[in-house]
Unconditional design. Structure first.
Lengths: 591, 278
């Protein structure tokens, strides 16, 4: 089904009648009879009622005989009409689509859903429908305090701020929009996997929002801007008293003094200014929501174990890990980590709320230490299939500044490994020297657990008197590692949600990224060469255009040869230039 | 000729010193204060590092197992003696007494494996310094050899990764595909290019390849389409043969992949995201 025929309220459009042509013809016949005042109109009407109840498509009039009120007469008429229809439109004309039949309808664009071509409402519809004219769609207005509402309003207000960058990152948008929304952007309700964030895809579909770049940036379209402006003015009109209180409650323990200031501001301002400051207040609340902190004593340091470490494979050994940790009295939590096998979070202590089963979700910051555990046979396999480099690459980019490689040697010297021991040892040394990882060697799972136990205890002690500030990598970029010494009472860390989302493996690709990977499929094209080509031709189509603009084949062949790449600014060379030319300019099949 | 020292540094710590420092650390832990002027591992390293800024330090200790074994046998001996009583030692085991004396001279404090681990974690969290335990001097020379090789190759490898791309190609990539002067091999390249999109299997790529055996052919097919919708859905209904014989199945390429490929080949916006997920 063409995508622009989706109606409100349903994900998939349901055809209102599987036999629109028959319905249409019968209706015409009925109407003709009605005009003439004939009693046959009732005959046709009975047939129509019967047909409407039938859910399957009928191939011809004869098949329709099975229905009640369809006698020989009507079936014959339908068959005749069908024959005429096929003659007019070719024998393969689809009988399910009524658009080609009626001449009046032919003049219109294909926006009708099948079965409603002649304007009769078969089912009660939400759209206002005028006979044989394009539907007037009911304008979309998001429900107040819904995800879509909050997102639009936040983006609008963000863009209005002086010096705004015009777009927002995912985490940023989620955090700043949350105070305006009743549903959580991050935690789905019980029994569902959807959060308020899911409505953002609806906004994109409705052309109110665009998502560009990777990491994703969200900004309003013109259409969205107009709608958001209306939402904003509506909100300003209404008394924001109760909303204010809510946002006060939601702002984390910043201290009463912060909130008081804004209240004072309010009292001083006049009515006009008041509404302005209120608008900024919500934004400021959002901003403060991003820059929250945890006071010492208000959080626990908890070890997070990737759930894959506890299941699958030789489950006996993996369960041992969990049991050992329990025996050692380690506070830990098993969850899905998108990168790494073990890490630590500072989790806000929360008390259960009476009347709710699940305690409120405590805020979490992730500590900079992240562990990748590798048994010697794993290491061997991952070096061979290339995962080793990729995993290290992802660990380096995840935003945590202290990666650790935990290698379990488990007496593997004689083990039946595919690579010689010296190769494996060299790989481990490389990880330490070249990649800068901390390498911890142990003998077996028990020693691994011992290490995890001791690390957890020491980290807990280390962060005892530390105030932790939330730092957003989206907005503030990478920072320096800070050791929480007793002298240094504060640290800034990334939030767990931002971290885990940022580390997802198969993230959305951009044209640029895939084009680069494609170029590297040619032997001889390395990362730096591809980067150099992309400086000039960021997309496939721009490269093709450049080729088109060349005046000769020789020129095309040489187009890329003098591109400079790498530290030493060497030439790409005529050979590679020629190969790429052959790839993209050969009009016939490649070999 | 000027020599610039590399930052990577290996310090070999004699076993005795190592154990002593660990012991000092344990004392510090339990007493809260260092009773003697004993220095712990962490503080020693800290002093070293402050005197040698710009150096990345890592430590090696040789044959700590010997220490643990001797500790074990010492404990066992003491236990035996305690059980069997002191009378036996007085007369007959003169020789043993002498041996014991020798032990006393080289008396090392008793630290357990767990205590060593704790000191190492303390060292890690405060200084980031790693400790490698090796069994023999031969292992030590091997280790130095490997470290030398790593240090030598490090700049080249680091530069290689510095492409500014957010991805690492290593997973399924065994190097690029070779292409000769005549252009043979490009078909394989084109096939692999199609597979660079997420979630494209070799079968899907083969199916697309069979109808569009070059990028130009695909681009021209797009150009021949009359509407954008047509272009977006151009490949959606293409069938993919999966498997052989009785277990073979047929699947479509699908509208989602069709759209992604369309965007890839025709978009002029390098930052255009291909997936439609939020």
């Amino acid at each position: 089904m063409p995508p622009d025929q989706v109606r409100l309220g349903r994900k998939r459009p349901v055809p209102s009648c599987p036999n629109p042509l028959f319905l249409q013809w019968l209706t015409e016949l009925r109407d003709h009879a009605k005009e003439k005042g004939l009693k046959t109109q009732y005959v046709y009407q009975k047939a129509i009622n019967s047909l409407k109840k039938y859910p399957l498509p009928l191939k011809n009039g004869k098949e329709a005989k099975i229905l009640q009120n369809f006698g020989d007469g009507i079936c014959k008429i339908l068959d005749e009409r069908l024959q005429k229809h096929c003659l007019e439109n070719g024998s393969n004309a689809p009988i399910l689509l009524a658009t080609s039949c009626n001449k009046r309808i032919m003049a219109e664009p294909c926006k009708h859903t099948p079965g409603v071509s002649n304007g009769h409402k078969k089912q009660p519809q939400k759209e206002v429908q005028k006979k044989n004219k394009t539907k007037k769609k009911r304008e979309y207005v998001p429900l107040k305090r819904s995800g879509g509402y909050a997102a639009l309003l936040t983006l609008y207000r963000h863009a209005q701020m002086p010096g705004s960058k015009g777009f927002m990152f995912r985490n940023e948008l989620q955090t700043e929009a949350q105070p305006l929304c009743d549903k959580s952007f991050t935690v789905p309700d019980l029994g569902s996997k959807y959060t308020a964030w899911s409505s953002v895809s609806t906004l994109i579909q409705k052309d109110l929002l665009v998502k560009t770049h990777s990491p994703a940036r969200y900004s309003l379209t013109e259409h969205g801007l107009a709608l958001a402006e209306k939402l904003d003015s509506e909100e300003r009109v209404i008394d924001k008293g109760p909303v204010e209180d809510k946002s006060e409650e939601e702002s984390s323990g910043d201290g009463a003094d912060v909130v008081d200031l804004t209240l004072e501001e309010e009292e001083d301002d006049k009515a006009v200014k008041e509404s302005c400051s209120r608008r900024y207040q919500t934004l400021e609340m959002g901003r403060r929501a991003m820059s929250w902190h945890l006071l010492p004593g208000s959080y626990d340091i908890v070890l997070c174990v990737d759930f894959i470490e506890t299941t699958g494979g030789s489950s006996a050994r993996k369960q041992e890990l969990v049991k050992e940790l329990q025996r050692n009295g380690v506070t830990f939590d098993v969850r899905k980590l998108n990168v790494g096998d073990f890490l630590w979070v500072a989790r806000e202590k929360v008390t259960p709320v009476p009347g709710q089963l699940r305690p409120p979700v405590g805020k979490e910051l992730v500590l900079d230490h992240i562990i990748e555990r590798k048994r010697m046979d794993d290491l061997c396999g991952s070096i061979i299939d290339g995962r080793f480099r990729e995993q290290k690459f992802r660990l380096k980019r995840c935003g945590l500044r202290k990666p650790i490689y935990l290698v379990e040697e488990c007496g593997s010297t004689a083990a039946h490994l595919s690579l010689p021991e010296s190769t494996l040892q060299q790989a481990i040394v490389n990880t330490q020297v070249v990649d800068g990882f901390f390498v911890k060697r142990v003998q077996d799972v028990k020693e691994s657990t011992a290490y995890l136990t001791i690390m957890t205890r020491y980290l807990q002690k280390l962060y005892q008197n530390c105030t932790l500030f939330c730092r957003s990598r989206e907005l503030e970029g990478y920072g320096e590692y800070e050791v929480p010494q007793t002298e240094n009472h504060s640290c800034s860390l990334m939030s767990f949600t931002e971290f885990n989302h940022g580390a997802i493996k198969n993230k959305c690709q951009t044209v640029r990224e895939v084009f680069a990977r494609q170029l590297m499929q040619i032997s001889g094209v390395s990362g730096d060469k591809a980067a150099a080509i992309l400086e000039l031709y960021g997309t496939v189509s721009s490269l093709l255009k450049a080729y088109d603009q060349c005046s000769s084949e020789t020129e095309k062949e040489k187009l890329l040869s003098s591109i400079k790449y790498g530290k030493l600014k060497r030439n790409l060379g005529p050979a590679l230039s020629r190969t790429i030319y052959q790839l993209y300019c050969t009009h016939g099949p490649l070999s | 000729m000027m020599t610039i020292p590399e930052s990577h540094t290996v310090i070999q710590v004699p076993l005795d010193d190592f154990v002593t420092m660990i012991n000092n650390f344990c004392k510090k832990q339990s007493d809260g204060v260092l009773s003697e002027s004993g220095i712990s591992l962490t503080s020693w390293i800290r002093v070293l590092m402050s005197k040698n800024p710009g150096r990345t330090v890592s430590m090696v200790v040789i044959d700590i197992e010997k220490y643990f074994k001797s500790q074990n046998s010492k404990c066992q001996k003491k236990y035996r003696e305690a059980v069997l009583g002191e009378e036996k030692d007085a007369g007959l085991e003169g020789g043993q007494k002498k041996r014991r004396k020798k032990d006393d001279i080289k008396q090392l404090p008793n630290v357990s494996r767990v205590q060593v681990e704790e000191a190492l974690v303390d060292l890690q969290l405060h200084t980031g310094v790693q400790v490698r335990f090796l069994s023999t001097w031969k292992d030590f020379t091997d280790f130095i050899t490997m470290s030398t090789k790593s240090v030598a190759e490090a700049p080249f490898k680091r530069e290689r990764e510095n492409t500014g791309f957010t991805f690492c190609l290593e997973s399924e990539w065994s190097g690029g595909h070779k292409v000769d002067r005549a252009g043979n091999g490009l078909l394989q390249v084109w096939k692999r290019q199609i597979q660079q999109l997420n979630r494209v299997s070799p079968d899907m790529a083969s199916a697309i390849l069979s109808v569009y055996p070059s990028p130009q052919i695909l681009v021209q097919a797009y150009a021949r389409c009359k509407t954008e919708q047509e272009k977006v859905g151009l490949l959606a209904d293409m069938l993919i043969r999966r498997g052989e014989g009785v277990t073979s199945t047929t699947r479509r390429v699908g509208p989602e992949l069709s759209k992604r490929l369309y965007l890839l080949m025709t978009s002029s916006d390098a930052q255009q995201p291909l997936d439609s997920t939020v």
